[in-house]
Design a binder for this molecule. Structure first.
Ligand code: HEM
Length: 406
């Protein structure tokens, strides 16, 4: 089959991947920006199959991909910044387990649980400030869905307020498929440089935050966590910890605004946890997760994928696969019978921040619609502008009319 383009100009990534699932099949060869050849798996079945093989049939470490090293993928390919480095998402087996275990020691369920009241406070504070807006139409991304997750993850790791927005800007460049090689390289260098300096500052000025927790773990454990690993942990957690939630809050608001009856039912029944799961299934902010490399030649749904070729796993297409979720798979329905979704992935790389993300999502959405039960979009849904990324998806701005306060 001739490779299909990914992304396609004028089409959202979620639209493209569902179309490829329906028209192209469960395993499709694609061409990424920069003419990089890859495969994408698009059905619930094949996504499940590839993720189940993580660590055995497939690896995430780019050493397993000849094209990354033999000049086929250019050295300055912008998306390299995301699929190289030293973070969890490019490690396999024992290397991955060791690093994840060390992070888990600082990032405990108790620590996440304890964030609840503070997340509520930050949410209420943003909602109070929204109420002070004089215009009838406000941008919910700028005033709510973006600042909340940034504040939560940065506060958790102690990043001072004045430095947070810069992290958002570097993230935008790194995830964009329109960034030039120069822009991507500059953003990557600046972010890593910032993180090195920030960790250095925390060493001399410890505080009650997870960065200090990681530094202590590093010292107590006789330097088991290297300085560079510390930097990459922060890199991943600060990026993955906000980009995903920023977009998922906004995607859910769009879904709910298109169905006021559903908002009323959700509010009456208090089923915000179900809303979050439905959103992770059908409106996920993480549309595609990046490369797995087959460790040997594999056959997936009848297609042979040679060893070492990069594979993208489309969580978005899997979540709306009619073969699994029925003819109305694309419809957002919080009262749908719950079923397993891959919104947070599965297997060894299952999202480390899932409990935090679920907590944050519930608080944000329940509080927003409790305060503004008649919230509605100020523009038609198909005029909402989306981010340019083949990995994450969410609106860049979301003009809404708040309506009366309850
Ligand atoms: C709605 C919000 C979120 C979504 C949809 C999401 C989704 C995901 C997905 C799909 C993966 C697996 C990637 C893969 O298999 O290649 C992942 C991994 C990860 N996520 Fe999240 N995430 C969210 C929020 C967060 C938050 C708040 C944090 C902050 C702590 C976080 C930290 C991570 C980390 C560190 C990994 C890598 C885990 C590993 O490789 O072992 N995520 N996330």
């Amino acid at each position: 089959m001739h490779p299909l383009q990914l992304p396609v100009p004028g089409e959202r990534t979620s639209e493209t991947v569902s179309r490829y699932r329906d028209e192209g099949g469960p395993v499709v060869p694609v061409e990424l920006p920069g003419k990089v050849a890859a495969w994408i798996v698009t059905s619930y079945e094949t996504v499940n199959e590839v993720l189940s093989g993580d660590g055995t049939l497939y690896g995430k470490n780019p050493v397993n991909c000849p094209a990354m090293h033999d000049g086929t993928i250019p050295p300055d390919w912008p998306l390299r910044q995301l699929v190289e480095g030293e973070h969890l998402l490019v490690k396999d087996g024992g290397d991955h387990r060791r690093l994840r275990g060390l992070i888990n020691r600082a990032f405990t369920p108790a620590r996440v649980e304890a964030m609840g009241p503070r997340i509520q406070e930050l949410t209420d504070d943003l909602l109070d400030r929204l109420a002070e807006q004089r215009e009838e139409v406000v941008d919910l991304v700028q005033h709510f869905s973006e600042p909340l997750p940034i504040a939560v993850i940065c506060e958790l790791f102690g990043v001072p307020e004045g430095e947070r927005y810069q992290i958002r800007e570097w993230t935008n460049v790194l995830l964009s498929h329109t960034a030039t090689p120069q822009e991507a390289a500059t953003a990557a260098d600046e972010l890593l440089g910032y993180l090195r300096a920030y960790i250095g500052r925390r060493r001399v000025e410890p505080a009650d935050d997870l960065t200090t927790g990681l530094i202590r773990a590093q010292e107590d454990d006789g330097d088991r966590l290297s300085d560079s690993e510390m930097v990459w942990i922060l890199w991943l957690v600060l990026i993955a910890g906000h980009e995903t939630t920023v977009h998922l809050i906004a995607n859910t608001v769009i879904a709910l605004c298109s169905d006021p009856g559903q908002v009323a039912k959700v509010r009456k029944d208090g089923i915000w946890a179900e809303v979050v799961e439905e959103s992770l299934r059908a409106r996920n902010s993480v549309q595609n997760v990046m490369f797995r490399y087959a460790l040997q030649e594999v056959e997936v749904a009848g297609t042979t994928i040679p060893a070492g070729e990069p594979i993208i796993v489309s969580l978005g297409a899997a979540g709306t696969d009619p073969a699994k979720f029925g003819a109305d798979a694309d419809r957002f329905d919080a009262s749908r019978e719950p079923d397993v979704h891959f919104g947070f992935g599965r297997g060894p790389h299952f999202c480390l921040g899932a409990p935090l993300a679920r907590l944050e999502m519930r608080i944000a959405l329940a509080s927003l619609f409790a305060r503004y039960p008649e919230l509605r979009l100020a523009i038609p849904e198909d005029e909402v502008a989306y981010s340019f990324s083949l990995i994450t998806e969410g609106p860049t701005a979301l003009p809404v009319v708040l309506g009366p306060r309850s």
